[in-house]
Design a protein around this ligand. Structure first.
Ligand SMILES: O=c1nc[nH]c2c1ncn2[C@H]1C[C@H](O)[C@@H](COP(=O)(O)OP(=O)(O)OP(=O)(O)O)O1
Ligand SMILES: [Mg+2]
Length: 253
């Protein structure tokens, strides 16, 4: 069988967050694969009902892979604030009551609530956490799962225009907020950047996905990727709801 070219490798990004999508696309660029956001397939966002990042990341990746027939990558992330016992954590996106309208307005409401809850707090330590899941297909029994983390402090007022979400309140060791970093710098240090740096070698060794040809040492053999046997656009059969025997595939929510 002929070795695939990098153009053969496609992955759907299981996120509806334009800030994340931009970061992930830039981070995946060295692979030279074709990256498509789930929005290009007009997919509704997956439910994220679970109490852990890992379960929500799996749910998002499965949802995208199931509906597109493509390998999928999802990130479930959040801000864990020490003085708030780890909150907003897995509920970071829905910390403040839901605001209709653009995502930026929900972000602003979340930031206002965080500042309110941090009033009078001297302990301002916080962590951004990202759990990332990559699936070859919706019923992949061996998801690749990685994590990344960034430590900082919660500021006393929003600063900076870059990034998204809680970036204007997340203060780095040098006193700048993440919203004051440019996109490249944020990707180099961020929780998502760290998680993806851990994931890239796994995509190479477990899926056979290689760096773009320009970055490959000459004469490096490209193994055949272990992609799902179903062809592009073919959707795996829906799993049985509940009560499946081991090996029957996952119970989808
Ligand atoms: O680098 C970051 N800079 C600032 N804020 C961040 C970051 N990373 C995650 N966050 C916040 C945004 C959101 O409040 C929550 C993620 O929630 P999370 O469900 O994973 O993402 P989301 O709903 O925005 O998009 P999606 O689920 O479609 O990927 O944590
Ligand atoms: Mg979400």
């Amino acid at each position: 069988m002929a070795a695939p070219t990098s153009a053969t490798w496609r992955i759907v990004l299981a996120s509806g967050n334009p800030g994340k999508l931009a970061e992930l696309s830039a981070l995946l660029a060295p692979l030279g694969c074709q990256v498509q956001a789930q929005g290009e397939f007009h997919l509704a966002e997956a439910e994220e009902p679970h109490p852990t990042f890992i379960e929500n990341a799996l749910a998002k990746a499965r949802h995208a892979s199931f509906h597109t027939g493509l390998p999928a990558l999802a990130d479930d992330s959040g801000l864990c604030v020490e003085a708030l016992g780890g909150l907003p954590g897995v509920r970071s996106a829905r910390f403040a009551p839901q605001v209709e309208g653009p995502r930026a307005e929900q972000d602003a409401a979340n930031n206002r609530l965080l500042l309110q809850q941090m009033e009078g707090q001297t302990l301002r330590l916080a962590r951004f956490v990202s759990i990332m899941v990559a699936l070859r297909h919706a019923a992949d029994p061996e998801p690749l799962i990685v994590r990344g983390e960034l430590i900082g402090q919660i500021g006393h007022a929003a600063q900076g225009q870059g990034g998204f979400g809680y970036d204007p309140l997340f203060v780095l060791a040098d006193g700048r907020t993440l919203a004051q970093c440019d996109a490249q710098e944020k990707n180099r240090i961020s929780h998502r950047g760290q998680a993806l740096q851990t994931l890239l070698p796994l995509l190479r060794t477990h899926w056979g996905w290689m760096a773009a040809s320009s970055e490959r040492p000459q004469g490096w053999a490209i193994p055949t990727p272990t992609l799902p046997t179903s062809g592009e656009g073919v959707i795996s059969p829906p799993p049985r709801r509940g009560g499946g025997r081991d090996g029957d595939g996952p119970a989808f929510p």
